[in-house]
Design a protein. Structure first.
Length: 364
């Protein structure tokens, strides 16, 4: 069988680092006045699901060749880079993938990251996004290692719809078991992310809302987005978040809630009877670019300043070329001070066809 290789990042998609200047070194904001507060780190490009909106099987099939281990950032490299970001004042780190729990000995990395502190002495908020397939067996160890919370991707409660979305022979019951295990271990509140795609799983919106309404979890509905270049995105497949809120509110009255913190991407809604809350993430119909404070590190150490990026900056090279912490810190400042991304504000049918970095590589 011939191996299929998709060059997710080739030499032509690496940006040269912006000039490092004295003025950039002290900057905490990008060109649109947005601070750097959140860091997402992809620890693997592998996943045991083939979700149609992230890793469609027709592209990521049996002949797909993933990154060799030596190209991945080591735990020590990840921890060093995270510490440098922490010194610049980031407040939150989220581990992503692929499926991060597939990375061997992930608990050791979590221990290393949980030991990081901010310049004011406070601990960094350390979280992880998972498909839940391995969560039941790992939840306690993750908590013991220092993880604070988990977010679980779950797009339906019935197996046929769930499997239509994830294209894997894995039952919903096992994911629900993982969610319960996470809550029992203290990784709470557990957040549940449901990507909604018209014609596939919109009939699951109300059952999902009812199921998680009183369980202490926070269910968030995500508009189907044109992440990457292989998921066949069309605007017709998007169910606007406003429609979702109206659908749920007609059955279970809702009231809007203020954000937990500046730049929170999910719009919050609380059930009027006090039984819980939901959120909607409206990247397509209500762009939140102006408040985006996230940077992303890929599995092999590329720094991206937008989920919809077409190219990034090679920080693995800086780590392996022996650059000092101060030099890497200055490079981060130079990249962030040059940032002007606002893809969701300018999205069109044409931009949706751009060869963007795949979400399984950059982390959702």
């Amino acid at each position: 069988m011939t191996e299929r290789v998709i060059a997710l990042v080739d030499a032509g998609r690496r940006k040269p680092l912006p000039p490092v200047t004295d003025s950039a070194a002290g900057l905490a904001q990008d060109r649109l006045g947005r601070p750097l507060r959140d860091l997402r780190i992809s620890v693997t490009d592998r996943c045991n699901f083939r979700c149609t909106y992230c890793m469609p099987r027709e592209v990521f099939g049996e002949d797909y060749r993933f990154l060799p281990h030596e190209q991945l950032l080591t735990f020590e490299e990840i921890a060093r880079l995270a510490k440098i970001f922490a010194d610049r004042g980031i407040e939150k780190i989220r581990l992503t993938g692929g499926e991060p729990l597939l990375r061997r000995n992930i608990e050791r990395l979590i221990e290393m990251l949980a030991a990081l502190t901010l310049p004011n002495g406070e601990s960094i908020e350390l979280t992880l996004t998972t498909n839940g397939s391995l969560l039941a067996r790992k939840a306690r160890a993750l908590k013991d290692a220092g993880l604070r919370r988990v977010t679980v991707s779950l797009d339906a409660l019935d197996d046929p719809t769930f499997m239509a979305m994830n294209d894997a022979d894995f039952p919903v019951a096992n994911v629900l078991e993982g969610i319960d295990a996470a809550a029992a271990a203290g990784l709470a509140p557990v957040k549940i992310n449901m990507v909604v795609k018209r014609g596939v799983n919109e009939h699951s919106i109300l059952p999902m809302a009812r199921y998680f309404r009183r369980g202490g979890q926070v269910l968030r509905f995500i508009e189907f987005m044109d992440v990457g270049a292989t998921n066949g995105w069309r605007m017709d497949d998007v169910i606007p978040s406003g429609e979702i809120i109206r659908m749920i509110g007609a059955q279970m009255p809702l009231d809007p809630v203020d954000p937990n913190y500046p730049g929170e991407v999910a719009q919050r809604w609380r059930y009027r009877d006090g039984s819980g809350e939901i959120g909607v993430i409206s990247s397509v119909t209500r762009a939140f670019c102006r408040s985006c404070t996230r940077a992303r590190i890929s599995t092999e150490g590329m720094l991206y300043t937008c989920l919809f990026a077409t190219s990034g900056y090679d920080f693995r090279a800086l780590l392996r070329e022996g650059k000092s912490d101060a030099e890497i810190r200055a490079a981060i400042a130079a990249v962030w001070s040059a940032r002007d991304d606002r893809y969701s504000e300018i999205r069109t049918a044409e931009t949706a066809q751009q060869r963007k970095i795949e979400m399984s590589y950059i982390g959702g």
